[in-house]
Design a protein. Structure first.
Length: 454
């Protein structure tokens, strides 16, 4: 069965959407005349906490509140935007918002009542839809950049709104023009980002980088320790920016390159860097040179801490903690450096208390916490006496918004991390860190660096 949505001269075919989406409409064969947002609040479609905050609701009630004016819950819209992809896709979300905007029953109102109904009911709904569209675009513009069809659908809708000759539509037309301008900017976002970065660098010139003379690079000992920490931080901050926050809704155990490429690449890079540190020590030709490399990496780890790159700090500390680095090597490391490393290990143990908003975070604890929240909080809010086999998605099923709030709190914190340092990228070092072929064979057998190695 194909379902068609047609209003404002825009038509959407949702017959190819998920089976859950079709089920949502299964018991609403009259949905074109009975607006799905008309249902009165009841225990079967919404549950509120003692303080009035949302505990559970079906998708219609969630959207009512997401488009409410004024906000019934100041934090609700942010929590909803961070987590809505647990329930519906961006395409489905847009269709429902445009359906909400249409207020398809308005044409049935008696002419003498239309003026007052428009002011008290219709206009607030439409203003609310435009407000959540604006918030959605500003927070998740990348979705529209990736999905050109979604972008085109919204742009066509906004064009239609902006062309309506009706004084009642003036506030909506202004909002539509503003959002169209933002959508236009998405297509040139990369150029504007480059321009703003150039302007920033001119106003805040970074320190001239220390470019290593050796070519090609074969060991990190050839790179100035402070510069190495700088380049690791630049590389990892760029990796961090590649993670889209809808990816955080995927449990850590289900992360794949196809579904969550940002997180997958971040975790793969972390594992590579841990190995990189270990193997950079092991590939030295003598115990003395191995100890020298250890000293170098301890210095780098301390510099990473100064840069608030806690992810890099954990990578280096774990790499140096490998059992493959022999005790004979550690005997040649200075006591001062060993004490410094022990202090850095203590920092790693209490990493969660050190990570404030101005840092590059160690991501693993956040991912584990997000997975724990999803394991301990069902996506559905169970209604007493309801047979789960008879539940209809979007009707009797209420989504657990307590879970959404908990997830949103963690995602919001991740979204607000900022790396506060201005560092110039050195391609020579970046390429070495990314492409150097690791001598994995050195991990075979007993710890490397016995007495005979000297």
């Amino acid at each position: 069965v194909g379902y068609q949505v047609n209003f404002f001269h825009l038509q959407f075919d949702i017959s190819k959407s998920s089976s859950d989406w079709k089920t949502l409409f299964k018991q609403r064969t009259d949905w074109e005349t009975v607006w799905p947002f008309d249902d009165e609040d009841s225990s079967s479609n919404i549950v509120l906490g003692n303080n009035g905050s949302l505990v559970g609701a079906n998708i219609w009630k969630m959207l009512e509140r997401a488009t409410s004016v004024p906000d019934f819950d100041a934090q609700f819209k942010n929590d909803f935007l961070f987590t809505y992809q647990q329930f519906i896709t961006p395409e489905e979300f847009l269709i429902l918002l445009l359906l909400r905007f249409s207020v398809i029953w308005f044409h049935e109102i008696a002419e003498d009542l239309k003026g007052s109904v428009y002011v008290t009911t219709v206009m607030p709904i439409r203003v609310g839809v435009m407000a959540i569209l604006k918030k959605w675009l500003f927070k998740q513009g990348h979705i529209f950049s990736i999905d050109k069809g979604l972008c085109e659908t919204l742009y066509n809708f906004l064009q239609r709104i902006s062309s309506i000759e009706d004084t009642d539509f003036e506030p909506l037309k202004r909002s539509a023009v503003q959002l169209m301008t933002f959508l236009d900017r998405i297509s040139v976002e990369d150029k504007e980002t480059e321009l703003s970065l150039k302007e920033y660098l001119e106003a805040h010139p970074p320190t001239i980088p220390v470019v290593p003379k050796a070519s090609p690079l074969s060991s990190c000992i050839q790179i100035d320790g402070k510069e190495l920490a700088n380049q690791i931080s630049v590389l990892e901050y760029n990796r961090f920016l590649e993670v889209k926050y809808e990816e955080y809704l995927t449990p850590l155990s289900l992360v794949t390159y196809q579904d969550t490429p940002g997180i997958y690449k971040w975790l793969s890079h972390f594992d590579r860097m841990v190995l990189f540190v270990t193997l950079d020590v092991l590939q030295a030709s003598s115990l003395q040179k191995m100890a020298r490399n250890v000293d170098h990496w301890i210095f780098v780890a301390n510099e990473l801490k100064k840069l608030d790159n806690f992810n890099g700090l954990v990578e280096v500390v774990r790499g140096l903690s490998s059992h493959h680095i022999s005790s004979a090597c550690w005997q040649l490391v200075s006591d001062n450096n060993k004490n410094l490393l022990n202090s850095l290990k203590e920092d790693v143990e209490q990493i969660n208390t050190l990570q404030d908003a101005s840092c590059l975070p160690f991501l693993q604890p956040f991912l584990e916490l997000l997975e724990k929240i999803q394991d301990e909080n069902s996506i559905q809010y169970s209604l007493a006496g309801t047979n789960e086999d008879e539940m209809v998605w979007g009707q009797q099923v209420l989504f657990n918004f307590v879970r959404c709030r908990k997830l949103s709190e963690v995602i919001y914190r991740l979204h607000n991390f900022e790396f506060p340092h201005c560092i110039m990228q050195v391609d020579k070092i970046q390429d070495f860190l990314l492409t150097f072929e690791l001598p994995i064979h050195l991990l075979d057998g007993p710890p490397v660096g016995g007495v005979s190695s000297s």
